[in-house]
Design a protein around this ligand. Structure first.
Ligand code: GLC
Length: 752
């Protein structure tokens, strides 16, 4: 490629008015092999290195996927490589100051190619301090509010760019199928349709028109890691191609359609082949079938794991070779990459044209994101955007819409006049753990804990707080007994329990990334606390803070009220209190099934007909709470389900309408759900599948006619040859407030 310059001698790639494609080619033509391979390599930030080399051993690095340093190489070496233009990207850079510093090093390199900063902005840019923290994805999905998902992504993009972050490793569009897995909270739940739509809106919100006020989205993890054979993150996934294509692929395909321009491969092997060297995934499906135009980034040291874990490469160099030739574009992260990949090219094993493919994809994003024109962010204005009032209000709105009321025998909403002295206890009653996984320390003034929220909403109430500490594994029976005795002196008890996700105490967590469990009950003395407090005879409310579904059977059977707040973010405490005291009418619905116990796993709503042909002996075969379920303080009546026709051609559509009436005394928002079942089909089909939903606001006494259109794409499935078809026959339409058959109105139509 010939390099060219403008009239004033400026290299074409530096001309912002030139077409991106031409800028890419001009720059590529100027780059050495080392500079090209460097663009394909990512490092963790210097402060991250320094912190971890001071606190971790090399042994600690082995199965760590969140903290790193490079034994034998200093942070200063990484800084030097950056100045030489041999580093393309950084992650885990948590301050604007460091980001601008690292960028200043890159801009000193021969070609002054800016680095792209990636960060796990999973629910706002929460993984860095001083940013708005929204509910995590499972809570957002439980709002069924697609516009909210878009808005949160838009706001997150603005806060990221204000901190010189350009690329979020989100949305996680995996379909959660196992509550033992610690990352359920990071997903949009168990339904492929809901996950697809939430992922689509999130990608669109992040990327906008992919210019200087947008960020690059990264759909992850591709693929199948959310159904690990034993529930633990990164363990093998063994799935039929049918299940992969029907369940796990759709959210990724939708993400590609939405324009996602980066994708992260999954830790796990898929049917014997590590995802990071899986040509079928990265080339045949992603680029061949879906025409993905972005770049693929590895997950944390997973290319290395092709060698040192999956053992399908005899050494690191082979692992790098396999991964690149299978379609990998960027290495997360660290040393030996540059050296070995340049060797592989010089040995002729990797054609330089293959390297050019990856570098083009990466450079195109850097040009489109405006990094060459705007390599820095402004310290003076960064906090004009981050934590601004508009974003705070969105975080509060999202928290209110994400909290699921699971049980209420009439106790809620609470009356301050009736309950003047209230016990508050539990590991999550007054802790920043409420922020959820993927959250850095945030300033106290930017977090409302449950106790703080209660005092804010019911200032005249005497809240008696008994601290149970933060660590569910090491609770004290003395504190439990103290709560139990004080409960007898109170009018009502609120226990805030759940999981522990705070990354600052990585090994003490009970949920979150790489924190999977063989159980889904409450850890430690939490059940004992709940039962002893309830034994006081005073009404007891249980509030759960958790990313994973928890099988709190005893509480569900014995307590008058149960609230599942997921990981509600910075204003979670306020939103919980507003809901408990009726200032907000809860509206969320479960985006994932809550089993009674881990033994019921796999328990999903869209199961096949034979799944409970023989129900369990001794224990029930029904969930504790089903997908799509959530209560309100008002009541909704569904009636008059109608189809505009009962026969359609295979390419026809059916209009479905239903009347929903608010028959209670409180205004509220209802999430109307439409499920479809293909009654008879050439392959087995789920007993129901979510195919549409609508979130509607209704005043007391108000009725609304809700309309859906069932189009052929909602009837399609993969035939015996895995080809999509719409098969003639009967289809059952189900509409209602949850996936529970008892809640659903049904009608049917025929495809002729
Ligand atoms: C982790 C996670 C991935 C994350 C990456 C960077 O291993 O699996 O989701 O984006 O590392 O933090």
């Amino acid at each position: 490629m010939c390099a060219s310059c403008g009239n004033d001698g400026t290299p074409l790639y530096k001309d912002a008015s030139a077409p991106v494609g031409k800028r890419v080619e001009d720059l590529l033509g100027r780059m050495t092999l080392e500079e090209k391979v460097g663009q394909m390599n990512q490092f963790v930030g210097l402060e991250h290195i320094r912190k971890n080399e001071a606190s971790l051993s090399e042994e600690d690095l082995k199965n760590n996927t969140a903290n790193a340093f490079y034994p034998g190489f200093s942070a200063d070496s990484v800084a030097e490589w950056t100045k030489k233009g041999l580093v393309g990207s950084f992650l885990h850079v948590l301050t604007l100051d460091e980001a601008n510093y690292l960028q200043s090093l890159a801009m000193q390199s021969r070609l002054a190619i800016p680095v792209i900063f990636g960060i796990d902005a999973i629910h706002g840019n929460a993984n860095a301090p001083d940013n708005t923290v929204y509910p995590t994805n499972i809570g957002l999905a439980s709002s069924f509010d697609l516009g909210l998902a878009y808005r949160i992504a838009r706001e997150t993009a603005a806060e990221m760019r204000a901190m010189n972050m350009h690329w979020t490793f989100n949305p996680n569009v995996e379909v959660a199928r196992d509550p033992r897995w610690g990352r359920v909270g990071e997903t949009f739940g168990e339904d492929p349709y809901l996950v697809s739509l939430m992922g689509e809106e999130t990608v669109k919100g992040y990327q906008g028109d992919l210019s200087s006020d947008d960020v690059l989205a990264c759909i992850k993890h591709f693929a199948g890691g959310s159904q690990p054979i034993n529930g633990t993150n990164g363990s093998p996934t063994d799935l039929s191609e049918r299940t992969i294509r029907e369940v796990f692929f759709p959210p990724f395909e939708k993400g590609v359609e939405a324009g996602a321009m980066s994708l992260m491969t999954a830790h796990n092997e898929l049917n014997g082949i590590p995802c990071h060297s899986n040509e079928w995934l990265m080339e045949d499906v992603l680029r061949g079938e879906w025409d993905f135009k972005g770049f693929v980034v590895s997950d944390w040291m997973d290319i290395e794991h092709i060698h040192d874990l999956h053992a399908t490469a005899e050494n690191l160099k082979e692992a790098f070779f396999q991964s690149i030739m299978a379609g990998m574009d960027m290495h997360m992260h660290g040393v030996y990459w540059n050296e070995y990949v340049c060797e592989l090219v010089r040995e002729g094993r990797i054609p330089e044209s293959r390297i050019d493919e990856s570098v083009r994809r990466i450079l195109e994003m850097k040009f489109r994101l405006g990094l060459f024109e705007q390599p820095y962010a402004d310290e003076k204005t960064t906090m004009d955007v981050r934590l601004c009032e508009t974003h705070r209000q969105t975080a509060l709105e999202a928290a209110r819409k994400s909290i699921v009321l699971l049980k209420n025998d009439g106790l809620l909403p609470l009356s301050p006049e009736k309950y003047r002295r209230v016990l508050v206890t539990g590991i999550n009653a007054d802790d920043h753990n409420i922020l959820g996984d993927w959250s850095a320390d945030q300033k106290p003034e930017n977090v409302v804990t449950v106790l703080e929220g209660l005092k804010m909403i019911a200032p005249q109430t005497d809240f008696v707080f008994v601290d149970q500490g933060w660590d569910p594994r090491n609770m004290s029976r003395q504190a439990v007994d103290r709560a139990a005795s004080l409960a007898r002196t109170c009018d009502l008890n609120i226990v805030v329990a759940g999981e522990y996700m705070y990354r600052g105490r990585w090994t003490e967590r009970t949920s979150g990334e790489d924190t999977d469990r063989s159980d889904i009950d409450l850890v430690g003395l939490q059940n004992e606390l709940i039962q002893k407090v309830a034994a006081s005879g005073k009404p007891t409310v249980l509030v759960l803070i958790s990313g994973r579904p928890l099988g709190t059977q005893w509480a569900a059977e014995h307590l008058p009220a149960l609230v599942n707040a997921w990981e509600p973010g910075m204003y979670g405490g306020q939103a919980i209190a507003e809901i408990l005291y009726g200032q907000v009418n809860p509206s969320a619905k479960l985006a994932v099934t809550i089993p009674r116990s881990v033994g019921q796993t796999q328990m999903i709503y869209n199961h096949k007909p034979s799944q409970y042909f023989h129900p369990y002996a001794v224990t029930p075969s029904t969930p504790l709470y089903p997908f799509g379920y959530g209560l309100s303080y008002t009541d909704y009546e569904y009636s008059d389900l109608r189809l505009d026709r009962t026969e359609i051609p295979a390419d026809g559509s059916v209009k479905v309408s239903v009347t929903v009436k608010n028959t209670g005394r409180m205004a509220g928002e209802e999430i109307v759900q439409l499920y479809i079942r293909d009654r008879f089909s050439q392959v087995t089909r789920p007993v129901k599948e979510l195919k549409d939903f609508a979130r509607i606001a209704l005043e007391p006494g108000e009725s609304r006619n809700v309309e859906f259109t069932v189009t052929p794409d909602k009837l399609k499935f993969l035939d015996k040859g895995l080809k999509p078809i719409v098969e003639p026959g009967e289809f059952i339409v189900m509409v209602g407030p949850s996936s529970d058959d008892r809640d659903l109105l049904t009608a049917s139509f025929f495809v002729r």
